[in-house]
Write a protein that binds this ligand. Sequence first.
Ligand code: NDP
Length: 318
Amino acid sequence: MEQERVKCLIIGSGPAGYTAAIYAGRANLQPVLYTGMVFGGQLTITTEVENFPGYPQGVAGPALMEDLRAQAAKFGADIRFGTVSAVDFSSAPQLPLHRVIIDDEKEIVADAVIIATGATAKYLNIPSEKAFAGMGVSACATCDGFFYKGKDVAVVGGGDTACEEATYLSGLCNKVYLIVRKNFLRASEIMQDKVMNTKNIEVLFEHNTKEIYGDQGGVCGVKLWYKKGTPEEQERDIAVHGFFLAIGHTPNTEVFKKYIHTDEVGYIVTQGKGTQTNVAGVFAAGDVMDPDYRQGITAAASGCKAAIDAERYLTNRL
Ligand code: NDP
């Protein structure tokens, strides 16, 4: 297998990966960045981004990611298309050299590795949610809620994220339906209280999404099942323009789990305020280690921290 030695390997091409590459490039770490399958990360499936600082007129998600890519390339980052298929982070602490296999065909031996592989929002797996992605269907209320100001929207899920998204949207939208498949919310008491005491949120317990429908302008409504599979089963139709998924995220950490400590959901655990993982010289940045904020700007900030941590680590070590 072809082998290549690099000083700093960055895995992932979202805001965390590219920002790490900008900082690592400027610090002369000659970073090599592998993009993964979704070139540009989650923001490339968003239409308009209005909350990334520095873009007063807003920016299309793909355009923002292209700007970040170009900025990383300007400072010497070697950006390549490829996906990590295996890793070996078992080297001796005295001489940590981390081995990362790309697409089963090339081995990168790196002094420092920054994992910025992000997280993937869970979807319901119904055809219409793909058809209306970016046209009314979204997995991020903070990102896209503003576009539904004064309109009726629905959020699906019964956990803290769903309650938080519903509460956030209730401040912007006319009415928010919270679609919950069970007859109770899984969210913390305080989040439940907020939802139950907000006048323009209606919780639809024991409802499942059957189909999202709309036209060329986007989503117009959602067909629901009430008590699906029971004698009381009924169909219901709600007219909404936005449909927000909040049924959890899956951090993209499967390939690292043998070596890197994660929490019970799979998010990488880092030490203190920094980005160091349990393996010396391996750092994590962005949504892959952050179940709480999950914003482009917080991911970018943590990519910056990871590059600084890597630079300090390499300076002390080499
Ligand atoms: P959770 O896994 O906690 O909740 C997911 C919710 O989505 C559940 O209600 C689940 O239903 C529902 N769900 C899952 N699949 C489907 C489906 N196919 N159809 C319909 N509903 C579905 O995810 P969260 O993102 O809410 O939270 C993740 C973690 O992050 C939690 O630990 C949470 O506490 C934490 N968090 C904390 C926040 C805070 O403290 N401010 C904010 C946001 C998250 P069911 O209950 O039936 O399984």
